[in-house]
Design a protein around this ligand. Sequence first.
Ligand code: TYD
Length: 222
Amino acid sequence: MSNQFRCVKRDLQPNEKFDLIAIMFISIDGIDGCGKSTQVQLLARWFEQRGQHALTVRDPGGTTLGESLREILLQRVEIPLGSTAEMLLFMASRAQLVEEVIEPAIAKGSHVISDRYLLSTVAYQACAGGLDPETIWRVGEIATRGTSPDRTFLLDLDPDRAFARIQSKLDRLESRGLDYMRKVREGFLEQGKRLGARLVVVDANQTPQAIHQQIISSLVSL
Ligand code: TYD
């Protein structure tokens, strides 16, 4: 993983004293309704304000192939999808995202913030969906070519609260219900331990601003 120390967007003014963050690949993850997409946007804006560019991507999605797969995975409920095929489609979308977008962006000196990443597949398709977690980590290693986030922020929230927040029509995964989502949450917490110090669990039962503060405190203390 590249750890260059570069300001790619603009020169800092003399009165701007903050330290630049070394180029990072960050993922923000958690169950549906935990508020991660808001945090992705807040964090990207925070980097921009410090004069550093941060590219935001979503997983699944972020490429022409990925967006097509996203539609099949989330919206096209009329297409029957077995658990292994479902897992492999999430992986295919991620493989394309890594090769086409994430690796080139990091090589150019941009931070990358991903809305979800491999840990989601382990939590959803293994811990809740019944596939073997070890297999998913192994397939994930191939799909991502070993590109893994320097930091993963896991926004942890009780699924009852999270479901109450979801305003839009439930997608294919969300419509699997509360029991499924409880297993996803447990899976995130349990399998997240595999990431060691790269995983930061944040209590998502706070205001978006408070969650954001916790995320940036963790980044500036690195
Ligand atoms: P998400 O990206 O959170 O979209 P939105 O914010 O528009 O709801 O949702 C993607 C859905 O796909 C979500 O229910 C989680 C699920 N998912 C998996 O089941 N496995 C995966 O590997 C990934 C990345 C997502």
